[in-house]
Design a protein around this ligand. Structure first.
Ligand SMILES: Nc1ncnc2c1ncn2[C@@H]1O[C@H](COP(=O)(O)OP(=O)(O)O)[C@@H](O)[C@H]1O
Ligand SMILES: N[C@@H](CCC(=O)OP(=O)(O)O)C(=O)O
Length: 369
């Protein structure tokens, strides 16, 4: 990693830094984060800010006994979002822009491309994009659910060089430091495997954060496979930011892969989730590695879920092994019809005229078979 090459970074700020006591926003911790952003920009590094905190910031407006209600939580987010944006805006003398996203936007290729273009336009005109999940309109099916994973998806969309996750602890420890006095900080992670996930616990039950370290490790896994160096640092202390600016590592550094995934393969693997499944015969699993022009309805054993043309699907072997994610050129309804043995003659004529079920350039072979 050579930081002098950084052109663009994503900085993710957790709720505890924005609304530490759930009593509205406080600029107490945001001042040094804002200063860091200003200094990065002075060095010619473009910054995208992913800011949590709308729910925590809006919490003080609603009665305590209502706060577990989902509709009230969404209302807290709506009210807190304006307060949070206003607090950030006061700290900068350049324009900022509110970008509210859901997973439904990120997993749709056209909307994803539109997000990329908007981020580029904002950054190229000196505007600071401030991104958050659009909690008010999300449902379980539509949401990312935590801003750690959201920040990694945004970092990939923005083609960032680094992702800096500012949290309420120094980084990833071998166990939760709030529960274990002897927990040790990991300053360097070059491979994210089960042993790393085993160390990462959830958020404190009485805290304001979502997801804890687990979602941060998930985010790091997404980002490093896109070639994005990822840091978890303590956003409570100014020292973290000074060390980052000096090129040092104040927390945990997850090393970017030297050979990142291809952009569309990364999007299919880490951002877009499968809307349905196609189960294929075991004997056909290898040709997926080479190209799939030959995947025809006669290899399909089962079609699961409802999907439309252009949706991402999971290709699974009959023994359950996940083989690939791919963009489907056929809807689930049509696939169900042509995969039926009785319709084979019609199917082969139809496929010949219409083209492959999945095309080679839109397939991501899954590494963890
Ligand atoms: N191995 C670990 N190392 C560090 N923190 C951990 C670990 N396991 C669980 N945690 C918890 O994760 C919390 C940080 O995540 P979270 O509460 O979601 O904050 P944020 O608002 O920064 O996203 C820590 O305060 C700690 O309680
Ligand atoms: N969209 C939510 C963010 C939820 C979230 O991931 O919070 P955190 O774990 O503090 O980053 C909000 O603004 O409150």
């Amino acid at each position: 990693m050579n930081r002098s090459n950084w052109k663009r970074i994503v900085v993710k700020v957790g709720s505890a830094l924005i609304a530490p006591n759930r009593q509205g926003c406080s600029s107490h911790y945001l001042l040094s984060i804002a200063q860091f952003i200003v200094r990065c920009r002075m060095q010619g590094i473009q910054v995208v800010l992913v800011s949590s905190g709308s729910v925590a910031a809006g919490a003080h407006i609603f009665p305590e006994e209502t706060k577990k209600n989902i509709a009230i939580k969404k209302a807290m987010a709506a009210a807190g979002q304006t307060e949070m944006m206003a607090t950030w805006d006061k700290l900068f003398d350049f324009p900022s822009a509110q970008v509210l996203l859901t997973h439904a936007d990120l997993r749709d290729r056209e909307r994803y491309v539109s997000i990329r273009e908007t981020l580029d336009s904002l950054l190229d005109h000196g505007v600071l994009p401030i991104v958050n999940e659009n909690d008010t309109i999300t449902t379980d099916k539509l949401k990312v659910g935590d801003n750690d994973n959201l920040s990694a998806m945004v970092a990939a969309a923005a083609d960032a060089d680094a992702l800096v996750i500012c949290s309420d602890v120094d980084g990833l420890y071998d166990k939760n430091p709030h529960k274990h006095d002897d927990a040790k900080l990991l300053s360097w992670v070059d491979k994210i495997d089960e042993s790393i996930y085993a160390m990462a616990g959830g958020a404190a039950e009485d805290g304001v954060g979502t997801g804890g370290m687990r979602t941060k490790v998930e985010a790091a896994e997404k980002a490093v496979s896109h070639g994005i160096d990822t840091f978890i640092i303590n956003g409570f202390t100014e020292l973290s930011f000074n060390l980052m600016l000096e090129g040092q590592n104040p927390g945990t550094h997850f090393q970017a892969h030297e050979k990142p995934m291809k952009e569309n393969v990364h999007w299919m693997t880490h951002t877009s989730n499968a809307q349905g499944e196609v189960v294929i015969k075991e004997a056909f699993s290898d040709p997926l590695d080479e190209g799939v022009e030959s995947l025809t309805s006669s290899e399909i054993l089962d079609v699961k879920g409802e999907f439309s043309v252009g949706d991402t699907i999971l290709v699974r072997r009959e023994d359950g092994v996940k083989l690939a994610k791919a963009k489907s050129n056929y809807s689930s309804c049509l696939l169900n019809f042509i995969a039926n043995e009785g319709n084979q003659k019609f199917a082969s004529e139809f496929e010949e005229k219409t083209g492959p079920i999945i095309s080679e350039q839109h397939i991501a072979v899954l590494e963890n078979k």
